[in-house]
Design a protein around this ligand. Structure first.
Ligand SMILES: [Zn+2]
Ligand SMILES: [Zn+2]
Length: 207
């Protein structure tokens, strides 16, 4: 199991899951320190990766890259078995050159499409939380995700999972429509699916 950053929606279930399944957890040093994760999991299942570096989990190579988000040292990942490349980026508030470079040429992308900007603006969140979510270290809107896709999409992109959807400030059809428009003519064979908060998404096959 690999932890991208220390927020509770990503970490809370990790110690129980690791101990029950007897799988190790990988976190960078800042995330481990911020969360106390390694203490909760125990030393035999605790592994560190260096932020911004490559590391291996079995036969899979992961490359971490920094993302702009309001936690200690948040990461996105490029995951590859040598034949297929998968990009993963959720929990980022803005698009940096490093993010765009890292997610180029992927066969599959798992990408945040957190909120609809109008629903967030007019919705029930308190003003401080609205400001945080839409800020440069908050979360990508559907339109932000579309901008990212316009930059990194290519004809070899086969799978796109739109993830980290807000249940309050988004509707499933909105990210699908926005991403579909952004990809039109750029990635003709891509399949788009959604990642959910309360149930597993589709099993996708790449390669
Ligand atoms: Zn999150
Ligand atoms: Zn977060």
């Amino acid at each position: 199991m690999v932890v991208s950053h220390g927020h509770s929606d990503h970490v809370n279930g990790v110690p129980v899951l690791c101990r029950r399944l007897r799988v190790p957890v990988y976190a960078n040093r800042a995330t481990a320190a911020e969360t106390g994760l390694h203490g909760a999991v125990g030393p035999e299942l605790s592994l560190c990766f260096e932020a911004g570096c490559d590391f291996e989990v079995g036969s899979i190579r992961l490359t971490s890259f920094p993302v702009p988000h309001d936690s200690a040292d948040p990461s996105g990942f490029v995951i590859s078995d040598g034949a297929v490349k998968v990009g993963f980026a959720t929990d980022l508030g803005s698009l940096t050159l490093e993010v765009l470079d890292s997610l180029a040429d992927c066969d599959a992308l798992i990408l945040e499409s957190n909120h609809d900007e109008v629903m967030l603006r007019e919705g029930p969140y308190p003003a401080m939380l609205k400001k945080r979510v839409k800020g440069p270290r908050g979360h990508l809107s559907n339109d932000d995700a579309a901008e990212l896709l316009q930059s990194v999409a290519h004809p070899g992109l086969r799978q796109l999972v739109l993830a980290h959807l807000s249940t309050t400030n988004n509707k499933p059809e909105l990210p699908l429509q926005t991403a579909g428009k952004a990809l039109a003519g750029r990635a003709p064979s891509v399949e788009i699916s959604l990642g959910w908060q309360d149930r597993p998404g589709l099993v996708i096959r790449v390669g």
